[in-house]
Design a protein around this ligand. Structure first.
Ligand code: AMP
Ligand code: ZN
Length: 498
């Protein structure tokens, strides 16, 4: 049985407000869309948490053998300063302040975003589309919604008609749990100058004022797309009218994702996404980490230790591990104490991994109980990830395996059968590296050397197992020639540098 068939995943679907068994549309293919950053400033650690939560989820699907098309966009137009319908574009405002072209701002902060995520060892998406690269698709979508009579033009702008959509069977509010009647009753009456029929209506296209420099031609005059539309247009283009999973931070549920559902349904007649997933916030001093309030920490400040909130510097892998220790749906509060504890835990885990990889199997007294215990723990790793991607519980199980590994090292005896021992190696490495994206810290040249030597010792062990003694001797001798001496013992291989 393939790993896909033997692992039933349950996902907390925000649209249903409960956990559901995950049924992909056409396994082993999977479509996942995650809202990307608005590239007008450096990503902060809170943004990174959301992207890393989805990185783990994508990684787990891939580990099970799914063929994932992972789309994560770059918002480079249409997101206005007030997160609603008025004001400047966030990007052109920054361009004005920094005296740069808007596309220079986009380039600068897209590069920063990529660089930060690669330091955290996040996998790149399969497609990273931009809003400005998909203006035509957005116009086409608006036309389709206009044709259905669910949007209207007012003074060169196009608005989605929420009231009409709901009257015709739509369910605006289904994701956020907001009741449209309450929303209408609770909001200020339109002042008569507004172009909208109702305050809940949202812009699909906005007419550009003369000073609005990020502008495009459209059938309704010069303007720019509404913020929510890009994700609908690009999700549909690359994943289809209906796809498996859509993710983003909790704060995007309303109005961004609520509007995406309405747009998709109005345009294509089907609910665009089967499973909506929302990652919870990273807080600092109990408050949401947020660019607008200045309550932020930048990844670079963590890696350099240059921030008064920090006792010292932390490596990207320690920070990644810290985030894994909370479930993606729980709030995670940042503190130096918590990071210090994570640092210790991370080193303990990686030391056990390295020792296990250097340990050669030698048949000893095999215990069926020991075999069963390890097999059960391996099954628990899968079970916890299958349960709505419970990373903290999976890590707790990995630490039970660390205890087992350390016991075998201390007792200088392997009580596992060769099959289970090899499975332990494969799964322990697989969860740490492939699923959790953790790799040895590379902070100094010595750190790099450790990684290279671990690799060479592993290759030499393989050569020995394959009875390729010419290769195993070559590795030993050539290292010896440059002053690195390998020492074999029952517990494995160590090295000394002369
Ligand atoms: P933005 O660039 O503002 O659109 O945000 C990019 C992503 O980061 C979105 O999915 C947000 O929900 C997410 N995000 C923003 N602040 C936080 C935070 N404090 N913790 C976790 N995720 C966040
Ligand atoms: Zn989006």
């Amino acid at each position: 049985m393939s790993k896909i068939d033997s692992n039933t995943i349950t996902i907390y679907n925000s649209l249903k407000g409960e956990k559901e068994i995950f049924k992909p549309i056409s396994a082993p293919n999977l479509g996942i869309y995650v809202c990307g950053p608005t590239v007008y400033s450096n990503v902060h650690l809170g943004n990174c948490r959301t992207f890393l939560s989805f990185d783990n989820i994508v990684r787990y699907f891939k580990f099970l053998g799914y063929n994932v098309r992972y789309v994560r966009n770059i918002t480079d137009a249409g997101h206005l300063v007030d997160d609603a319908e008025q004001g400047e574009d966030k990007i052109s405002k920054k361009a004005r302040l920094e005296k740069l072209e808007p596309m220079e701002i986009v380039q600068k902060y897209t590069l920063d975003f990529h660089q930060v995520l690669s330091q955290f060892n996040a996998l790149p998406p399969s497609i990273e589309p931009t809003a400005t690269g998909h203006i035509q698709e957005q116009i086409t979508m608006i036309n389709a919604i206009l044709d259905k009579g669910l949007a209207y033009e007012a003074n060169g702008s196009i608005y989605f008609d929420v009231k009409k959509y709901n009257a015709e069977g739509g369910n605006y509010g289904e994701l956020s749990g907001r009741n449209i009647e309450d929303l209408m009753a609770g909001s200020r009456a339109l002042d008569g100058q507004s172009e909208k029929k109702n305050p809940q209506d949202f812009a699909l296209w906005k007419k550009a004022s003369p000073e609005h420099i990020m502008r495009w031609d459209s059938p309704w005059g010069v303007g720019f797309p509404g913020w929510h539309l890009e994700c609908s247009a690009m999700g549909t283009k690359y994943l289809g009218e209906q796809f498996d999973i859509h993710g983003g931070g909790m704060d995007l549920k309303f109005p961004h994702h609520e509007c995406e559902i309405a747009q998709g349904k109005a345009c294509n007649g089907v609910s665009p996404v089967n499973y909506w997933m929302h990652a919870n916030m990273l807080t600092l001093n109990g408050q949401k980490m947020s660019k607008s309030t200045g309550n932020t920490l930048l990844p670079e400040e963590l890696f350099s230790g240059k921030n008064d909130l920090l006792e010292k510097a932390y490596s990207p892998m320690v920070v990644r591990f810290f985030m894994l220790q909370a479930h993606y749906r729980s709030i995670l509060d940042f503190s130096s104490e918590a990071l210090n504890a994570s640092e210790k835990g991370f080193h303990k885990l990686m030391e056990a991994k390295s020792a296990l990889n250097n340990l050669m199997y030698k048949p000893g007294v095999v215990s069926e109980t020991a075999d069963k215990k390890v097999k059960d723990l391996i099954a628990d790793c899968y079970a916890n990830m299958n349960d709505d991607f419970n990373t903290p519980k999976t890590i707790a199980v990995l630490f039970e395996l660390v205890n087992k590994i350390n016991k075998m090292l201390a007792e200088k005896a392997i009580d596992l059968s060769e099959i289970v021992f090899n499975e332990l190696k494969e799964i322990f490495n697989g969860f740490i590296e492939d699923v959790f994206g953790l790799k040895p810290e590379i902070t100094t040249n010595n750190g790099k050397l450790d990684v290279v030597l671990e690799l060479l010792i592993g290759m030499r062990n393989n050569a020995k197992q394959n009875k390729d003694y010419a290769l195993s001797d070559q590795i030993r001798d050539e290292l010896n020639n440059i002053g690195i001496q390998l020492k074999d013992s029952k517990e494995g291989t160590t090295y000394t540098i002369k």
